[in-house]
Design a protein around this ligand. Structure first.
Ligand SMILES: [Zn+2]
Length: 93
């Protein structure tokens, strides 16, 4: 069976779970080097995906997020990302 190319599988950088784009949440590093949560999944830049807040936190602590995005993320920025992420999750439920 040949899958259409549009059906891309993403991998959570926290736990390694694979799923379609809709159930993973994207973080993106823009051209100026800032990392932000991307609720639309359409921002330009290098992206990384996580499935949950727990995975975001563990990916940050294990420096997987930094590696995936190829940039440094300080504690304050990570807390901001987490806050944005939790807010977005809260509003979508
Ligand atoms: Zn995960």
């Amino acid at each position: 069976m040949i899958e259409p190319q549009a059906k891309r599988v993403r991998t959570c950088i926290g736990c390694g779970a694979q799923s379609g784009k809709a159930s993973l949440h994207r973080f993106v590093r823009s051209a100026d080097g800032t990392v932000s949560f991307d609720p639309t999944g359409r921002k330009p830049g290098r992206g990384a995906y996580v499935c949950s807040a727990e995975c975001l936190e563990s990916a940050f602590k294990a420096r997987k997020l930094q590696r995936a995005l190829k940039c440094g993320i300080d504690q304050g920025s990570a807390e901001g990302l987490m806050a944005d992420f939790l807010e977005a999750l809260g509003s979508s439920r």
